[in-house]
Design a protein around this ligand. Sequence first.
Ligand code: NAP
Length: 387
Amino acid sequence: MGSVEGIALRKKPNLTLVLPDDQAGTANIETPPREDSMTIRVAVLGATGTVGQRFIQLLDGHPWFTLAALVGSERSAGRTYAEATRWVLDTPMPAAVGRMSILPDDADLDTPLVFSALPSKTAGAIEQRLARAGHIVCSNASDHRADPDVPLLIPEVNPEHLELIAVQRARRGWSGAIVTNPNCTATGPTMLLRPLHDSFGINKLLLMSMQALSGAGYPGVPSYDAIDNVIPYIGGEEPKVESEPCKMLGQFRNGQIDPAPIAISAHCNRVPVLEGHLECLSIGFTKRPPLDELVATLRNFRALPQELGLPSAPAQPIIVRDEPDRPQSRRDRDAGRGMSTSVGRIRPCALLDYKLVCLSHNTIRGAAGGSLLNAELMYAQGMLHTG
Ligand code: NAP
């Protein structure tokens, strides 16, 4: 046993990672979902959608988790996954998953772990019902992210916030738990802010996003609006991007999170890119570091998921690019199987201290992959059981 900021950590479970490092979700499509005593049975809510499909892809061949149930809306319940789903990913739909029947959203599930890719507003009540029934719910929806007793988690950033689960259970009287991952546009910047805030202290952040179409779900933005265009408004996005990093960078004290005192101003834009949110950041520090120290701090960042060797953890959570024109959405979004944040163009800023460009894959690290890593961390810490 080791410990990180007060949390007891188990050693890595003795299971083998089967996905090679340079691919995501390209496992053998004829392999049926495995069920054995070593794996945790999982359900995916909203399985037919953009994020739901990523879950199906990333769970295919997962060493610790076995897909056992799919949940959809009234439109899909009772149909097979293949019948109900307009599959949009480049890897084939796993054949065995295509034959599974979709359950309605009020079904009783027998899976200890539930991944939620439900739309916001729909998600809240369904996730609470499942947590009350004893399930661990790892959610992508925004409904519970700001709840003071719900962890908003990036395993490299704030693993100690899982201690909120005890607070949540005591307050709500349930045996399950809701754990959320952040808005996809908040994810990349927060990954960078963690080591920089720890080393130098950050007090201001100006952020301008160029967000992919897949961030709007499927079918998302009509093609007539998206092609040959940039849309300088994404409903509800900016307040989330301005508040969620402060919760994640906050300190867990006396059963609650004290948010980090960072003033964040965000401009969010939709651009005609399929996947990957590119963001331009200007950062103000309490004490301006030398440029080389800032770059080295980003380049050398490793955290608990890397130490534990979690299956979905990238070897490098932050990849610093030295070329003048990187990162780029299409060329760099799949770095670290879509789980690394790429950063480049790090240079002085005339308004704040430094400015840079960062890129994070919105449906992998910013959604399904992030949620999966949260669950892997909980498993490695002994919070998930096969029963
Ligand atoms: P989406 O493509 O619109 O998919 C949502 C799915 O939810 C639909 O396919 C629908 O399935 C299902 N659904 C709707 N009502 C339901 C109900 N009552 N019960 C069960 N299933 C229901 O949206 P998405 O992009 O995957 O987003 C899913 C969630 O992840 C949202 O909360 C979103 O904010 C969040 N998120 C998305 C991204 C991203 O990059 N897209 C990133 C981070 C977080 P049917 O086919 O069964 O009707």
